[in-house]
Design a protein around this ligand. Structure first.
Ligand code: HXC
Length: 517
């Protein structure tokens, strides 16, 4: 009979075994791949000593293909809860040392358990992915397990923030769990996401492509828009995750944490009075406006390498998280196109779901013309951004710095789609279109008939600019609430956010709207 002391020794031995279930060599192989183990990752992410593991003794129930002879405590995924900066978070971390982190029935059940607990307790979920996908030996059971996870991702969407870290392979249908979550962070050169790998692609289409070019972090950060942030290595991955975590609330029932702030909310930013060039054709960097107004100039840009003609990200004003959306005159003159519309629409919807006020900086010449855009569905994609801004009921503050032309004026959180506070700088030009386009359209015949068409054109452009390229016609109608000096923008936003703190905007009951997907 085992003594009590034997039983305690047995527990300790099992816990030690669970810590590295595939043994020291497998851990070495993981390190040799330049990767941390599942537990090391969790420990690197959360507050020291705060991780409480669940289900460390769970094992698979499969006999197929020799698995009856292999038992790995934990079944290839580490799950539990911890704190980040003192706030509760639920986590799962796939353990590549166990059967390549492949997902089987018991593995899926463990992930589902922490997802359910996260929703029940109103806590964010962080998933660390490093897996060969469906566990081949478990067959359809593992597909069922994935689908149980997908269903929970959807059910939790807009209820708790869900953050996916990609720290190794993530292939096949497995990509759809991260894809449903709010943010995907990838480690450069270490992680890949794809639906079908290079081998299958070669067989089916004849294309030859490397893992990295197909689904590496830079591919998804610059081309597909799947990745929201790219980390240079695993330390950086954890730093970025904690930074992102600091901006999001525990759940849709709460606001994000309000941090102490000794950056004066009414601080004047004189440099902004010099930001907009005299020539409407000259670009400038909208980051200067954003960094000028947020606390300490701290701005976490989301998807910084994708659709750079729009800038999205988080900052704080007087300690409170704001989501910032801004046209970027430095890239494609800040025009709206298919990619930038979708990027910003998704960001706006995240902020709205999680009680994060929106601050929108506008300098937009319109939608990008061309067959590429029309065939690519700019009608649908532009409508997504319009829909997202119109649907958002969080406080919305809009600052027009320069151009706000045409349909893009309406889309970019205009008063008419229920922004709460619309401000313009004296350099704003709110009009149906730019002066040249307008004059060419309405005075085409007069210009052609003139003795000197070029001079006539210039005269008409000057007249149009004088009459329409300013903020005052919109201000006369109350479409902008005030015209302010750019240097006063931080103070105006801070005061506006205080005014809107308890905003209520009830919407009629419906199952859900039908956003143009
Ligand atoms: C079972 C797997 C596995 C899997 C890897 N392993 N993938 N075991 N099921 N899906 C095992 C390997 O046999 C190996 O075991 C160990 O994990 C490490 O794998 P390696 O190949 O040695 O590692 P590496 O060279 O780094 O390559 C990693 C990899 C590759 C790129 C992920 O293993 C791979 O291509 N795996 C198959 C990927 C795949 O096709 N998955 C199914 C996708 S379909 P030993 O014992 O030798 O150490 C899918 C559908 C999901 O996932 C659908 C959801 C709806």
């Amino acid at each position: 009979m085992k003594t009590r002391s034997d039983k305690y020794a047995e527990l300790r031995a099992k816990r030690a075994q669970a810590y590295a279930p595939a043994g020291a060599e497998a851990v070495d192989r993981q390190h040799a791949r330049g990767k941390r183990t599942a537990r090391e990752r969790v420990e690197a992410l959360v507050d020291e000593g705060s991780f409480l593991e669940l289900d460390r003794f769970v094992v698979h129930r499969t006999n197929a293909f020799g698995l009856d002879e292999k038992e790995f405590l934990g079944d290839g995924v580490v799950t539990g809860h911890a704190t980040i900066d003192g706030r509760q978070v639920f986590l799962f971390s796939q353990d590549f040392t166990v059967l390549g982190g492949s997902l089987g029935e018991a593995f899926a059940e463990k992930v589902c358990k922490v997802m359910d607990l996260a929703v029940r307790t109103g806590s964010p979920l962080v998933g660390i992915n490093d897996s060969g996908g469906a566990r081949i030996q478990e067959g359809v059971v593992s597909l069922g397990g994935y689908a149980e996870i997908f269903w929970r991702n959807v059910a939790a969407s807009g209820v708790i923030p869900q953050i996916s870290l990609i720290a190794g392979p993530c292939a096949g249908g497995a990509v759809y769990s991260p894809a449903i979550t709010d943010f995907i962070l990838m480690t450069d050169k270490i992680s890949q996401m794809f639906i079908t790998g290079p081998e299958i692609i070669k067989t089916v289409t004849g294309e030859e492509v490397s893992f990295e070019d197909l689904g590496g972090a830079m591919t998804h950060a610059t081309r597909s828009g799947v990745a929201h942030l790219v980390a240079s290595d695993e330390d950086n991955l954890m730093d970025l995750t904690r930074a992102l975590f600091s901006f999001v609330p525990q759940s849709n029932r709460e606001r994000p944490v309000r941090y102490d702030c000794d950056d004066d909310p009414q601080r004047s930013v004189p440099a902004l009075d010099e930001l907009v060039p005299d020539s409407p054709a000259q670009p400038y960097d909208m980051h200067s406006a954003i960094e000028g107004v947020v606390d300490y100039g701290d701005f976490l840009e989301i998807q910084p390498l994708y659709a750079q003609n729009i800038v999205c990200g988080f900052g704080r004003i007087n300690g409170e998280t704001v989501g910032i959306v801004a046209n970027q005159p430095n890239v494609l003159a800040g025009v709206l196109d298919t990619r930038s519309s979708v990027k910003a629409a998704r960001f706006v919807r995240f902020c709205d779901a999680f009680n994060i006020a929106l601050v929108t900086f506008v300098d937009v010449p319109g939608f990008l013309p061309g067959t590429d855009q029309e065939y690519g569905g700019i009608i649908l994609h532009g409508a997504k951004l319009l829909y997202a801004f119109a649907e958002a009921t969080v406080p919305k503050i809009t600052i027009i710095t320069r151009k706000a032309y045409g349909g893009a004026y309406d889309v970019m959180a205009s008063k008419h789609i229920r922004a709460d506070l619309n401000l313009a700088w004296p350099t704003a030009e709110i009009a149906v279109m730019g002066a040249e386009g307008a004059v060419k359209t309405i005075f085409r015949r007069d210009i052609a008939a003139a003795a000197n068409p070029e001079a006539k054109m210039q005269e008409l452009v000057d007249e149009y600019t004088e009459r329409f390229a300013n903020p005052y016609i919109a201000a006369q109608r109350g479409y902008v609430d005030d015209v302010i000096e750019a240097s006063a923008t931080r103070g105006a936003i801070a005061t506006g956010l205080e005014m809107l703190r308890d905003k209520r905007a009830p919407r009629p009951k419906r199952k859900h709207g039908n956003i143009p997907l």
